[in-house]
Each structure stands twice: as C-alpha cells, then as structure tokens.
Design a protein around this ligand. Structure first.
Ligand SMILES: NC(=O)c1ccc[n+]([C@@H]2O[C@H](COP(=O)([O-])OP(=O)(O)OC[C@H]3O[C@@H](n4cnc5c(N)ncnc54)[C@H](O)[C@@H]3O)[C@@H](O)[C@H]2O)c1
Length: 248
C-alpha cells in the first residue's frame, strides 16, 4: 500500500476523476476527506466509497472551493477527524463554455474562481496543517486545454494554464517545508464533464488522439497517486500529461 498512514484531502470527489482518486487512495491505505458542491452528493459518495472499501476511513462534507470560509472549514474539519493532513488534491473544476464574444463576465469569473482561485484558497488552508508534518504533497488538476488553448473555453483554458503557474510557484515556495507541488494535465476523460459534449464533437476529438480513445477516470487517478505518494519523492513543480498523445 502506497499511502498507509497518510491523510488525503480531495476536492470535487463526488464523481468523475475526484471520486476515482478517492477510491484508489482508500485502497492504498489513506484516510480520505472529500468535498463536493452539495451536501447530498458528498454523502452519497461517502456511502459508495465505504461500500467499495469497507475498511476505509472517509470524511465528507459540502464545500465550495471558491469560498475561503468553506476551504478553511474543510481543512479544519478533516484535521479534527484524522489528526494530520499529508496530501491535497485540488481537483474540483467546472466549465462554462462558449465563444469569447458571447461569454458573460460572470461565466469568466465563475470558472476562474472555482478552478484557479479555489486551488489557491484550498492550498492555503491545507498547507497550515501539512507543515505540522515532516512532508506533504499537493496535486493540482490542470488540463491539456491549459497547455494548448481551446476555442470556446477561454475561461477554462486560462484557469488551467493559471494552475500550471500556481503549481510551479508553489513548488518553489514550499520546497523548504518538504511539500511537493505538481499537476496532472489530463486530455479527454469519460466523465459527466465530457458527457455534456455532443457526439459529433467527441468523434471529432477522438480523431486527434493518437491512442484513439478517451481516458477513464481511473487512468487519471493512477497518475495522481504516483505524484502524491513517495514514489515521486524527488519530483516537484512538474506537469504530468495524461492525454493519450493529444499534446506532446
Ligand atoms: N473530464 C475531462 O475530460 C477533464 C479533462 C481535463 C481536466 N479535467 C479536470 O478534472 C477535474 C475533475 O473533472 P471531472 O471530469 O471529474 O468533473 P465532474 O464534473 O465529473 O466532477 C466535478 C466535481 O467537482 C465538484 N465541484 C464543482 N464545483 C465545485 C465547487 N465550487 N467546490 C467544490 N466542488 C465542486 C462536483 O461536486 C464534482 O464532485 C476538473 O478540475 C476538470 O477541469 C477534466
């Protein structure tokens, strides 16, 4: 088990990539604290995680990562529950896609606030507790779109490119505390987020993926686990692409 005795906070873990990471982390021996946009989805996810890993330790609550008070409360509650925070996965993310000239200022702000500011706020809240331990690891969920850009996603692409800068700067700031900070940049993954795309668009995207398939959430979870655990003990400030060759 790669995470025995560790405590991990995972944001946006009621479904998709966050949920897959939570399940994998539990199987690897971590105690896992999850948050999601709604109380109900967090509770349902907890129940399902405990069904999958009955011996697991799971804490779940609603927390909006764009709100500082929610981030502080989530980190504090998880620390109270488990006594340590070793790992933070800033996974929560949203899209509000449309071409830039049609994009409302509120849709730009909402995506930046959840995807980018959320990682800043949550990291600030968790690092205080992480510094009590000997080491820590933070993994931010970027995207191939943050590396390549994408028409119809200026807000999302900016947030995900911003996470790359945040990751590199945080890696430099926290290295002296033995806290590593890395990011995963997935390509297209089969989750609710991509289910929202039209079949025609998905078929078009598929043509440009050398491995000729979308990733499963579990594929991304494995990369998150690698960066979070001791196997990546000398890796910090890096962006790990998990994109089927879409961007090389
Ligand atoms: N699915 C993809 O193809 C893909 C590709 C690249 C990157 N990503 C990124 O991976 C992450 C997870 O994506 P997914 O496809 O699993 O998404 P999803 O829509 O399936 O799940 C999103 C999760 O985030 C939570 N969430 C939403 N807003 C929140 C908020 N304000 N505060 C806290 N939690 C909130 C939801 O409750 C849910 O648990 C996101 O950051 C996304 O941008 C996804």
């Amino acid at each position: 088990m790669k995470l025995r005795g560790k405590t991990a906070l995972i944001t946006g873990a009621s479904r998709g990539i966050g949920y897959a990471a939570a399940e994998l982390f539990l199987r690897e021996g971590a105690a896992v604290a999850i948050c999601a946009a709604s109380e109900q989805s967090a509770a349902v996810a907890k129940e399902s995680l405990l069904k999958a890993v009955p011996a697991g330790r799971v804490y779940a609550q609603a927390a909006d990562v764009s709100q500082n008070a929610d981030c502080e409360a989530f980190a504090q509650n998880a620390f109270k529950e488990f006594g340590t925070i070793d790992i933070l996965i800033n996974n929560a993310g949203i899209t509000k896609d449309t071409l830039m000239l049609r994009m409302k200022e509120a849709d730009f702000d909402a995506v930046i606030n959840v995807n980018l500011k959320g990682a800043f706020l949550m990291s600030k809240a968790a690092v205080k507790f992480m510094m009590k331990g000997a080491e820590g690891s933070i993994v931010n969920m970027s995207s191939v779109v943050g590396q390549t850009g994408n028409a119809g996603q200026v807000n999302y692409a900016a947030s995900k490119a911003g996470l790359i800068g945040l990751t590199k700067a945080m890696a430099k700031e926290f290295a002296s505390r033995n806290i590593r900070v890395n990011a995963v940049a997935p390509g297209f993954v089969n989750t609710d987020m991509t289910n929202a795309l039209s079949e025609a668009l998905k078929a078009e995207v598929l043509k440009s993926i050398p491995l000729k398939k979308f990733a499963q959430a579990a594929d991304i979870a494995k990369a998150v686990l690698f960066l979070a655990c001791g196997d990546a003990g000398y890796i910090t400030g890096q962006i790990l692409a998990v994109n089927g060759g879409l961007y090389i």
